[in-house]
Structure formats: C-alpha cells, structure tokens
Write a protein that binds this ligand. Structure first.
Ligand code: NAD
Length: 268
C-alpha cells in the first residue's frame, strides 16, 4: 500500500528524542525522506541511522538562522526539494510560577533561552523553509501544547511561549495561504525527555537528570486531569502530524489539533 507521504521531503526539528523522533519515524514510514535535526549530534545520527535510507542527520541549533538555512539547503541538495517543515524542538520551564524565580537575572535567562528555542526557533525555521515550500505548495507544521490554550500546563514563561506558537500558526496560515498550509498539534503531557531551558538548582534534582518527567507523581496528575484517563504517547501525536502533513489534509490550514485526551473539554 502506498504511504501517505510517498515522494515528500520533510525536515523535523528536535527529531532526536520524544515527539519529534516519533514524527520523523512516522513520516519516514509513510514514505517521506526526512532531514533529522537536533542540537545533539549523537541523537540526530542515531535516529537517521535507525531510519536508514531516505534519512539524513543534521546537528543544528534552531535558535541560529544559519542552522535553519543549512537544514533547508540539505533537504534540497540531498532530496531535491522540501515539502514539509515541522518545527518541534522545544524546552521547558520546570513549571516555575513568576514568584518562584529567585532573581530577575534568572527570570531573564529563562525567558531569553526558552523563547529563543520555542518561539524564535520556529520563526527562523519557517523563514528558511518558505521559499522552498512556495515551490512545492508545501506545508508548515508546529508542535504547540495544551500550554498554548490553558493554564497550569507549564510555568509562566513556557505558557507564554506556547501561546506565541498559537499566534505564529494562525498568522502564518493567513499570510501564506493559498500556497502553503500551516497547522499544528497541541500535545498534552507526554512522557519524553523534555528538559528545562536552564538548570533550576538542587530542588529540581540532579542537573544532569532534570527531565520534566523525573517529577514524581506526574503520570497520575496527567491521568486524573484527562477525560480519556490516559497519557498520550509520542506515537499518538505523530499519527496526527502525518495526517496534517499529507494531502489528505489539503483543505486544512490554521488548525491546531488538541492531542490531549480531552483535557480541554473537562467540566469545572
Ligand atoms: P524531548 O526533549 O524529548 O525532545 C526535544 C528535542 O529537541 C531534544 O532531542 C533536544 O535535544 C532538541 N532540542 C532542544 N533544543 C534544541 C535546539 N536549540 N535546536 C535543536 N534541537 C533542540 O522533548 P519533547 O517532549 O519531545 O518535546 C518536543 C516538543 O513537544 C516541544 O516543542 C515541547 O514543548 C512540545 N510538547 C511536549 C509535551 C510533553 O509533555 N512532553 C507536551 C506538549 C508539547
């Protein structure tokens, strides 16, 4: 059976781990050639070599314009074009509320670092990809979050960043129509390696092991607050991303699919 993305060329950022890795795997399984972008070279290489044919790794920092340009140039050089750019690389803020910041410097550092990845990284990726996507009538996709819509899905800075991602998706969908479709996914809590943008000190555990999901009891918190009583897996989000990237979604733009087990339709 033909794959839904046969003949397409995709870039996925943050594809070395978690949701991005699952998306790269799914896009590839659906027939796409995939440029696997991650800050960590070993992760990008491991995913690309696991995929094998039709995959190339790139160690790149999405906060740098030249790294985004390099990813797009690689897609074109290696596979001849670009059809799908999936901005996904992101970092977290450890659920810190505003008063929990110990100094203004810590607040500024978290803001600058987190917004550089979660917001500027997506903007720079879109900027680099659009000229090629105009040629293919391609598509932009971004990983937002329940934090783009609701409170207490992150701390103040992460929540602000994901609200900005919602604005990015909606405005770009308007600006780039009718040639480029722009959509997003909004995962709820998902067990990955999601890291804080800056080290948050001893009370948040060993700095080398500060994934969000090292927080004790988080799985029960997600299950209890989710109508479907489940923690979605990266593969659940990847299935939605593959649909949005495919021609089956030719009539959709400015859409953000809430991959959150019904979090947003809870009663009071
Ligand atoms: P993850 O840490 O498992 O994967 C993110 C990847 O991005 C890592 O491999 C990391 O090395 C890479 N990365 C970080 N900074 C980068 C940079 N500057 N340049 C290039 N790559 C960089 O985390 P994840 O949970 O899979 O996160 C993926 C996306 O999903 C993020 O945008 C995150 O905000 C979003 N999200 C996650 C959850 C969740 O509960 N895990 C929920 C909603 C949204």
């Amino acid at each position: 059976m033909a794959g839904r993305l046969d003949g397409k060329v995709a870039i996925v950022t943050g594809a070395g781990s978690g949701i991005g890795k699952a998306i790269a795997e799914r896009f590839h399984r659906e027939g796409a050639a995939v440029v696997v972008v991650d800050l960590k070279a070993d992760r990008a290489e491991a995913v690309a070599s696991e995929l094998g044919d039709r995959a190339v790794p790139i160690a790149a920092d999405v906060t740098r314009p030249e790294d985004n340009q390099r990813a797009v140039a690689t897609a074109v050089q290696r596979f001849g074009k670009l059809d799908i750019f999936m901005g996904n690389a992101g970092v977290f803020d450890g659920f810190l509320s505003l008063p929990q910041y110990q100094t203004p410097d810590q607040l500024v550092e978290m803001f600058d670092r987190l917004f550089a990845v979660n917001v500027k990284g997506y903007l720079l990726g879109a900027y680099a990809a659009v000229p090629e996507l105009l040629k293919t009538q391609g598509t932009l996709l971004f990983t937002a979050s329940t934090a783009g819509f609701y409170t207490n899905q992150g701390g103040i800075i992460y929540t602000m960043s994901k609200h900005a991602v919602v604005g990015l998706i909606r405005e770009l969908a308007y600006e780039l129509a009718p040639k480029i479709r722009v959509n997003g996914i909004a995962p709820g809590g998902t067990f990955t390696d999601l890291r804080n943008a800056i080290p948050l000190g001893a009370e948040f555990g060993d700095p080398d092991k500060r994934s969000l999901f090292d927080m004790p009891g988080l799985d029960q918190f997600i299950i209890q607050s989710t109508p479907l009583r489940r923690v979605n897996r990266p593969e659940d989000h990847a299935a939605v991303a593959a649909f949005l990237a495919s021609d089956d979604a030719a009539g959709l733009t400015g859409v953000i699919v809430h991959c959150d087990g019904g979090y947003g339709i809870r009663g009071a």
